[in-house]
Design a protein around this ligand. Structure first.
Ligand SMILES: Cc1ncc(COP(=O)(O)O)c(C=O)c1O
Length: 366
């Protein structure tokens, strides 16, 4: 039997056709820099998320850095979860801020944010790990508003994810999505920033175009070459046209896992009222030994486990120089104990059932 891949990049035939049609038009017109495809992507993405404004950029990291620059928090400390991608803290550092880590496993929570809080903190970043939204998002936003602190969502994994019908990208003052190749919506490389503020959206557009003012002078903000090309935007629009169907397919696969996995040593995160994006399907075990045993068992059953999110928390990433922070018990436990099961829109029902069978058949007496 074929091995079940953790993830594949595949586009439905109608997406390929639409992209090729748009790409040909881009080449024929010579309009490579942001134009109609970028504009359409922004409108459709804002609609998808339910945000007032969306601004395309060159990467999720750029979207985060621009969000922080637009927030005008340079030189100040910013709260970042210990469990996230290197890029979250990297963007904070590049924006001239100091990352102060708070403890988090799968979900950021208010207790940990409150424990790391000091009055100097200028912004709080929450990360929707794997496309799962913390049920505390509305409370976290209220908490930030009460302290006049900006909430920034790193929604890099969370296209279409929602809590009580409200989608990721609308809870923070600003949000950043990645469109990197591994994401459920991708432009190969790319990102998009969402916000409810027209002023902030306009500032973000200026930042992404090397900070150019209307008269062409670079006298307003210190921006960079953070634009998205029309070819990349064309790929994004081609997917957005049928994206709800992709999300529905991912929902169905997630439900199959939720309904099927039944093992006393495998914890499955379940949140009533929440919809995850389908970027990752995450289960947790009791710790490192159990996790390695489950991963090895899955491989032996012909199931490739996915990459962790994340196996090493930020305070143990030497290049970030945050090693003096911590310890972070929740981040360490999550890093050591979680497993990502195969998930992508082309996974078949039969393959999902084989994954469930493999998980349920795991024997562990550690
Ligand atoms: C949580 C998180 N934040 C930020 C990023 C950065 O996105 P990009 O690779 O598009 O710069 C990623 C990338 O995978 C991510 O997983």
């Amino acid at each position: 039997m074929d091995e079940i891949a953790a993830f594949r990049v595949r586009f439905p035939a109608e997406v390929v056709e639409e992209f090729l049609r748009r790409a040909a038009a881009v080449l024929e017109t010579g309009q490579l820099i942001p134009g109609t495809n970028n504009a359409e992507f922004e409108l459709r993405f804002a609609e998808l998320v339910g945000a007032e404004h969306a601004v395309t950029v060159s990467s999720g990291t750029a979207a985060l850095e621009i969000a922080l620059r637009v927030a005008a928090v340079e030189g100040r400390p910013v709260l970042v979860p210990a469990n996230t991608n290197y890029a979250t803290a990297e963007a904070v550092l590049r924006a001239g801020c100091r990352p102060v880590l708070y403890d988090a496993g799968l979900y950021p929570d208010l207790a940990a944010i409150g424990a790391a809080w000091t009055p100097e903190i200028a912004a709080v970043v929450v990360v929707h790990i794997g496309g799962y939204l913390t049920p505390e998002l509305v409370r976290i936003r209220r908490w930030c508003d009460e302290r006049d602190v900006l909430l920034i969502e790193d929604a890099s994994h969370a296209h279409g994810a929602a809590v009580d019908g409200r989608r990721a990208g609308t809870f923070g003052h600003l949000a950043a999505f990645s469109l990197f190749a591994t994401k459920v919506l991708t432009t190969a490389e790319g990102g998009v920033l969402t916000t409810g503020s027209g002023v902030r959206a306009a500032a973000a557009r200026r930042y992404r175009d090397q900070g150019k003012a209307d008269d062409g002078l670079h006298n307003v903000v210190f921006g960079s070459a953070w634009r998205m090309s029309e070819l990349h935007a064309a790929l994004g629009v081609a997917q957005l046209l049928g994206f709800e169907a992709i999300l529905t397919r991912l929902d169905r696969l997630v439900s199959r896992y939720l309904d099927g996995i039944d093992h006393p040593a495998v914890l499955v995160p379940r949140l009533p009222g929440a919809r995850c994006s389908g970027h990752k399907f995450i289960v947790t075990t009791s710790g490192a030994a159990a996790r390695e045993s489950l991963r090895a068992h899955l491989r032996a059953c012909g199931v490739q486990p996915g990459k962790g999110v994340y196996d090493v928390p930020l305070h143990r990433q030497p290049a970030l120089r945050l090693t003096d922070q911590g310890p972070f018990a929740a981040a360490e436990h999550f890093a050591a104990s979680h497993v990502c099961l195969p998930l992508w829109h082309g996974l078949t029902d039969n393959e999902a059932d084989r994954v469930v069978e493999a998980v349920n058949g795991w024997r562990y007496d550690g």
